[in-house]
Design a protein around this ligand. Structure first.
Ligand code: CTP
Ligand code: CA
Length: 226
């Protein structure tokens, strides 16, 4: 019933979404990752699909089922996510990067399990490419939406990401708040726009927030319902 009542206002949009964490393997047994559940990105994919968009979801490992009617590409590492995004980017009209990409990966991956010996083990890490930053540099007419997970100076830090990565909108997430961020079904965010406007949103479910993010993103291009 809900699906039937949803306006198909995103027909013609081709939306590329990333979701979930990435995993950076140390050896066949261990990896470095983060607490992302993928729920926010998957909610955006489901919402966009219901509204008639063509949706591609590039996702790191999550426990969530692949959304019906959404072309889903499963990846593990940041380097794989970058490759999948670059493969799918052409033709997209809106890109929404909800994934929590690991900033660093082990400088080398051991083929065999690392055995314990010394009392202290130091890992050498190297920086992963900033996928969103790369997209910002080539974005053209596309609408580019990023997320910012912060534990301090939310507006300052998220605003810096907006300009430095050449985004149209940032969903700024204060992950120190209860009911926000990782592994919960709700979120509390502020939306930051290029013109300096900040929209303060109350605590809400991730699906409801997904629809608002899509409203604003499509609205920036003069399509969809504002
Ligand atoms: N992002 C990305 N590639 C990376 C790191 C982040 O595409 N290697 C994207 C995320 O998907 C998100 C946005 O950049 O949309 C912001 O991620 P965040 O971790 O908050 O910011 P960083 O730029 O990585 O900066 P920092 O972690 O130092 O705050
Ligand atoms: Ca980061």
């Amino acid at each position: 019933v809900l699906a039937a009542l949803t306006a198909k206002d995103l027909v013609g949009e081709n939306i590329l979404i990333t979701a979930g964490p990435t995993r950076e393997e140390l050896d066949p047994v261990r990896y470095i990752s983060n607490h992302s559940s993928g729920k926010m990105g998957y909610a955006i994919a489901v919402a966009a699909r219901r509204r008639g968009a063509r949706v591609t979801l590039v996702t790191g490992p999550t426990c969530l089922a692949e959304p019906f009617g959404v072309e889903t590409v499963q990846v593990v590492s940041a380097l794989e996510m970058r490759q999948a995004v670059m493969d799918k980017v052409s033709g997209s009209t809106i890109i929404i990067k909800a994934a929590a990409v690991a900033d660093y990966r082990p400088a080398s991956r051991a083929d065999l399990k690392i055995k314990k010996s010394a009392e202290c083990l130091t890992l050498e890490l190297e920086k992963n490419p900033d996928i969103l930053g790369e997209l910002g540099a080539i974005k053209g007419e596309k609408i580019l939406v990023g997320f910012a997970a912060e534990t301090e100076d939310l507006i300052g830090n998220a605003g810096k990401k907006l300009t430095e990565k050449n985004l149209d909108m940032v969903v700024a997430n204060d992950i120190s708040l209860e009911g926000a961020g990782f592994n919960v079904d709700t979120n509390i965010v502020k939306l930051l726009f290029r013109d300096g406007k900040v929209e303060d949103l109350p605590l809400m479910g991730k699906l409801e927030l997904a629809h608002i993010i899509l409203d604003r993103a499509a609205g920036l291009r003069g399509t969809g319902i504002k």
